[in-house]
Design a protein around this ligand. Sequence first.
Ligand SMILES: C[S@@+](CC[C@H](N)C(=O)[O-])C[C@H]1O[C@@H](n2cnc3c(N)ncnc32)[C@H](O)[C@@H]1O
Length: 248
Amino acid sequence: MSLYRKLLLRLYPYKTIQDDYITRMQGSMGGAGMLHDGNIFAMDYVIRNLPETGAILEIGSFAGLSTNVIAWLLRKHNRNNPFFGCDPWVYNGYYDESRKDDATYMAYFEGCQHIEREAYTAFIRESFIRNTLFFSNDYRPHTLQLTSDAFFEAWEQKQTQTDVFGRTAVLGGPLSFVYVDGDHSYEVARRDVVHSLEHLLPGGFLLLDDSADFWRYGSVQLAREMKRWKGLELVMKNPNYLFRKREA
Ligand SMILES: C[S@@+](CC[C@H](N)C(=O)[O-])C[C@H]1O[C@@H](n2cnc3c(N)ncnc32)[C@H](O)[C@@H]1O
């Protein structure tokens, strides 16, 4: 562990769970760096305290690590709430903001010309499908290739759609848990939270990824604001923020 990580851990300690299945699964698929151990602790807490009814929604699925962790925790804790997800499978390179006028950089994965960006996103989407079919076949979410905005619109309209596994998904209804891990800009993350809260049941949970106090994403500013929102209770900072919608 680097000195910087050791220092962060000392300044912002967090709790983890020991789960051999998750440890092995993490090593078997892409995206390990994208799922903080502390989120797994928070998800475990959520699933153990999940409202009886209401669907789970994951915003931002990438290659399926968090999807399969949630699916495993549902299995482990004997819960069968319906599970949905959305991801348009877009790739944000590290330097997109500063190099957006550089067509070569933007056409390739991190500007490296042996991998086209489009091929990379197709690879991640295929990995999601493969990982989820393998690890969580019977707990698979209805994941749609949509942005969160488009997903919520479809949810609102109770549309029937086809998920990335080719199954029919009937959308709409209350939510019990939303994992917000899509676009981390302040504007989009805020819309995701507002839309989620419209559907979240009292007692339902919202975990906002990349909201830990030491990050610099828009979701950090958002989490700090949310601490003051009346209808929400902060359940834990581990180090990302987990909120619960207050009972009326
Ligand atoms: C950090 S990754 C998600 C990691 C995943 N939750 C995990 O832990 O394994 C972020 C994902 O959000 C997706 N994304 C970007 N913009 C989005 C949007 N507007 N709505 C939904 N997902 C979005 C990206 O395509 C990417 O796959």
